[in-house]
Design a protein around this ligand. Structure first.
Ligand SMILES: NC(=O)c1ccc[n+]([C@@H]2O[C@H](COP(=O)([O-])OP(=O)(O)OC[C@H]3O[C@@H](n4cnc5c(N)ncnc54)[C@H](OP(=O)(O)O)[C@@H]3O)[C@@H](O)[C@H]2O)c1
Length: 308
């Protein structure tokens, strides 16, 4: 069997690095990673690393000509909602324009395009878990750019999958952004108080599960008897909780002082950027079609903090 060439964009990022590390352990893949800056962990695995700016069309041409990828996984994004809310041009460039260029390059090269997206494409007014068929209605600029990116992938690349993830958690490398679970643990360990919202619901995703879900998608894409690849999947956890409930779980599992956790409402938090009230996503489709089984939140938290 010929080894498939996998190109991971955003390979220094939190999710991209986990995928890079996991896939480069597999004999059946030849893995390359692209990121804006130099490799965050040089010589740490069996992959080729390229520093490049995917917003520069010429650089994308060169990468596709050199690698000729069978699969492209885009994990790059401007993904901080507060930043996107006031930096529309930058958000448009990476989350919309570069995504369209990637989709077009994948179409010309015949590559299977796996593009990461977010629960923040949803409006937040649901009273049940969102499915892949539900309409999108973002409430902030980040969500808007991700929704537009999704549409362009669907329009310009015939062989694609959009993978929506939510509150991705796991162990971060130095220089990578953390996540709310890490923030809560860090504060409580220093005996500092932490304010967390008690009326925003999410389905937190263990970073290793994103990587596993993507491996399943790749395996299916090259299995001649499997269904067509173009689709959307929710690859997240199976438990829907408020951010405050997530914080309490971290404290319980790590044996930290819960009295330092202060649940507050969205209104009390007074964040400048609106966020969906409820963006829990159903994984039923991924369970049925990909045999995707995420870790429980308790197991994910244990795995995250055991590896620190
Ligand atoms: N993290 C979450 O909780 C979460 C939740 C929902 C959805 N998502 C989605 O999941 C995906 C991954 O998120 P993440 O938080 O893991 O990402 P991340 O850690 O912010 O990483 C993104 C990476 O993209 C790279 N990048 C930025 N601009 C680039 C450019 N012009 N050219 C090449 N590379 C560039 C950066 O590379 P350098 O480090 O080299 O600068 C960065 O490491 C995104 O699509 C995001 O929208 C994430």
């Amino acid at each position: 069997m010929t080894r498939k060439k996998i190109l991971i964009i955003g390979a220094n990022g939190f999710t991209g690095r986990r995928i890079l590390n996991d896939l480069s352990l597999k004999q059946e893949y030849i893995v390359s990673g692209v990121s804006l800056h130099d490799d965050v962990a040089p010589h740490s695995g069996n992959y080729q690393f390229i520093s490049a700016d995917i917003c520069q069309a010429g650089q994308l041409d060169r990468i596709f000509n050199d690698i000729e990828p069978d699969v492209v996984i885009n994990t790059s994004a401007l993904s901080v909602p507060d930043y996107c809310e006031v930096h529309h041009k930058e958000a448009n460039l990476l989350n919309i324009i570069a995504v369209e260029n990637l989709a077009r390059h994948c179409q010309s090269a015949g590559s299977y395009f796996i593009h990461l997206s977010t629960d923040f494409v949803f409006g937040g007014e649901a009273n049940r878990l969102y499915t892949e068929e539900d309409p999108t209605q973002p409430v902030n600029y980040y969500g808007y750019t991700k929704m537009e990116g999704e549409k362009l992938v669907q329009r310009h690349c015939s062989k694609h999958t959009i993978v929506r993830v939510a509150v991705v958690y796991g162990t971060a490398l130095p220089g990578q952004h953390g996540n709310v679970l890490q923030l809560v643990a860090d504060r409580l360990r220093k005996h500092e108080e932490v304010r967390v919202v008690s009326d925003q619901w999410r389905t937190p995703t263990f970073v290793g599960d994103v990587s596993l879900g993507i491996e399943k998608l790749i395996a299916r894409a090259f299995n001649k008897t499997a269904p067509a690849v173009s689709s959307i999947y929710h690859i997240c956890g199976n438990e829907c909780l408020t951010i405050a409930e997530i914080a309490y779980r971290v404290a319980t599992i790590l044996g930290l002082d819960k009295s330092l956790i202060h649940p507050v409402t969205t209104q009390e938090m007074q964040e400048k950027t609106p966020r969906p009230r409820f963006s829990g996503m159903s994984t039923l489709k991924a369970q049925k079609e990909l045999d995707y089984t995420p870790l429980s939140l308790d197991k994910g938290i244990k795995e995250m903090f055991e590896s620190l």
